[in-house]
Write a protein that binds this ligand. Structure first.
Ligand code: UDP
Ligand code: MG
Length: 139
């Protein structure tokens, strides 16, 4: 994956609350092009693998339950400086600390149920995009 791409998931709480359209609208308005997108649901094994870097953290069990309790929308986004700009658009992990107007400030309930995922590096964007999409699903 080129380094002008990032990976996102609209997490189960966003779909449960009917926020999918509003969040995608903000992503489009911020200038990101959607080059891959699907609604899917992770198994427990898939969520454990996706978040393996957090496996020793105290919130890992809850995180896996949360991320597998319903469908997500996974997408690969393209824009200049995609990883950093998308992290700015979503805001801090904890919505209480997220800047006004960010997706997490607007739509996240808590540090755990925080509406969206955004990759933290070009390397992880490529790994995470490949985790969810095959080459023929990326345009
Ligand atoms: N998380 C949590 N409690 C914490 C920190 C993180 O439940 O104290 C969850 C939250 O859903 C977060 C995810 O674990 O989005 C991954 O954590 P990370 O530190 O990578 O935050 P992010 O990169 O998503 O901002
Ligand atoms: Mg992270």
């Amino acid at each position: 994956m080129a380094t002008n791409r990032t990976f996102t998931m609209l997490k189960p709480d966003s779909l449960e609350k009917g926020n999918t359209g509003a969040i995608l609208e903000k992503i489009n308005a911020a200038g990101f092009k959607i080059v891959a997108m699907k609604q899917t649901r992770m198994s427990k094994a898939e969520a454990k693998a996706f978040y393996a870097v957090h496996s020793e953290r105290p919130f890992f069990g809850e995180l896996v339950l949360y991320m597998t309790r319903g469908p997500i929308v996974a997408a690969i986004l393209e824009k200049e400086n995609a990883v950093e700009d998308f992290r700015t658009l979503i805001g801090a992990t904890n919505p209480d600390e997220a800047a006004e107007g960010t997706i997490r400030k607007l739509y996240a309930a808590s540090i755990g149920e925080n509406a969206v995922h955004g990759s933290d590096s070009d390397e992880n964007a490529a790994i995470e995009g490949s985790f969810h999409f095959s080459g023929r699903e990326i345009f």
